[in-house]
Ligand binder design. Structure first.
Ligand code: ZN
Length: 157
């Protein structure tokens, strides 16, 4: 995968905050960040608790889904059907008056459907995901660098 991931963590008592940077490569894509989130959980030293995975953006979402390539394309097509990029959006009129502001009304509406965060249980120091569940960053107006927060709250013993 050409998408780059990086992470650093800040520990404070029973709370550990990881800062992930993901460089997306396409206008719309689902990037599997499960392994990077798992790495942050490992660095936290927290054995039992909760991991919040949060996107600090209004056009990049966090979802849990199966990461089968055909399904990921189906998800992209569903978003395009629900809010096509070339449709008319009031938000785009605002963008046309501000330098460097992208016309991305469709991306904000896609984000509204998907949401900014997911929460996953942490058990025995690992994400307690189901067999087919993966944590995906949904890039909706890329390519761009994206900042994802992974905040793990729990106990170390
Ligand atoms: Zn916008």
């Amino acid at each position: 995968m050409s998408t780059r991931h990086s992470t650093r963590v800040v520990k404070n008592a029973g709370v550990c905050t990881g800062f992930l940077t993901v460089e997306t490569t396409k206008p719309c894509e689902f990037v599997d960040i499960t392994d990077t989130v798992e790495e942050a959980v490992g660095k936290s030293g927290i054995s039992s608790g909760t991991a919040l995975i949060f996107s600090r953006h209004t056009t990049a979402a966090i979802v849990i889904s199966e990461a089968e390539p055909g399904l990921l394309r189906d998800m992209e097509c569903m978003l395009e059907r629900l809010a096509p990029e070339d449709a008319d959006y009031e938000h785009n009129a605002m963008a046309r008056t501000i330098p460097d502001e992208p016309e991305n009304g469709h991306a904000h509406l896609h984000h509204l459907l998907l949401g900014a965060s997911e929460t996953v249980p942490v058990l025995e120091g690992c994400l307690y995901l189901g067999t087919w569940q993966r944590i995906l960053l949904a890039e909706l107006d890329g390519p761009r660098p994206r900042e994802i927060i992974v905040q793990i709250t729990g106990v170390t013993a």
